[in-house]
Design a protein around this ligand. Sequence first.
Ligand code: ZN
Length: 420
Amino acid sequence: MRNDTLDLLRCPYCGGRLTLVDSLFHRRDGDAIRDGVLGCHCCIFPVVDGIPVLHLQTSATTALDQMKGERPDLARRTMFGLDDDAHAAAFDAVASSPTATYRDTVEALGPNFEGGYFLYRFSDPTYLVAQAVVRAVGAAVLGGSRRAVDICGGSGHVTRTLLDLSSAPPVLADLYFAKVWLARRFTAPGCEPVCCDGNAPMPFARGAFALAMCTDAFMYIWTKRQFVGEMERLIDASRTDLARPGAILIGHTHNERTWSPSHGQPLSPEGYADLFETIEPRLFGELGLFAAVVGGGPLDLSRRDAPDTLDANPALTIVASREPSVFRAHPLPPPPTQASGELRLNPLYAVAAEGDRMRLRLEFPNAEYEDEYGACREYLPEELTIERAALASFESGRVAGDAIELLRRKVIVDLPKRYY
Ligand SMILES: [Zn+2]
């Protein structure tokens, strides 16, 4: 954990600054804190493998005792939920291997950790919308140097889209240690992970961020009013010299009035709007945002969706900001000329070789996936044929020729290095 991240942290319960307790066991990597114990006015919390654990669930208090007992290895096993010694040793071997992939690491955590859907995450319709909105709003408020926080960001898939928008690394906050650990290692390398509870006050200083965001998780938060009040606090710059306004972004939250899979405990559109006390939010139906992204843009955030349009949308995006340049039509950026990770064939395609060519056919992993994400048919062709040589050329990571359109349609995807 970097020192500039420690500066932003506050105890979720007393609001006090957190500092390293020098009298207890600690280890540093250069300036960064790798393992140790943080203290405030009321409490102490462990830092495990560079990740501050700022909640008081049983795992955290056990890991704290192990850290105080100078056993950071056991504290890490506790935070990964590995209580069987043989399983823990097998996991440690994978976690310390420089060639292990995201998939290897997920599999080493065991079958209950995460479904197989992460394989397809980067081409999901909901991901495409989240990526476009985050990049539009982030570019408007981060100004290349301010910080963002992705709350309940899980294994960092959307956090990845923030990495090149600011020189200061984004903070990724989630309750699940394993997920934020995976994010820092694979999906969003360089992000600063923090382990905390979305149903408790957030462990950050007032005005610490220019963008506070949460995608595909808000309908599972019970303390929604507190959560939004905390987001307003995190971007409140009234006590700093930086008068430029920040933004709150809640992406892909379900709608009480229209059923969707994994429904959660959603509110109605006006219920969501009422959560905001200091900044007026704007709500967007995601069907319209999706159509704009599939159509090649622009992503028009100056639009005002009518109440009956919002009611009929299974998922909503909420943006609140006093920065006027957020609410305009944002052109979609062209594909980059160089992959940020590795260009790979989308795993939703079954491949059959035909001489020098490959025949690709869209095949969903199961009916549930198709129910939830079938809208990907709007950009993924049912069938296509590509040259075997073209596939080999993607390995260089250079995006040119056929790759531009294939990348835009998500037939090939720009994945984190060592993803699977
Ligand atoms: Zn405290």
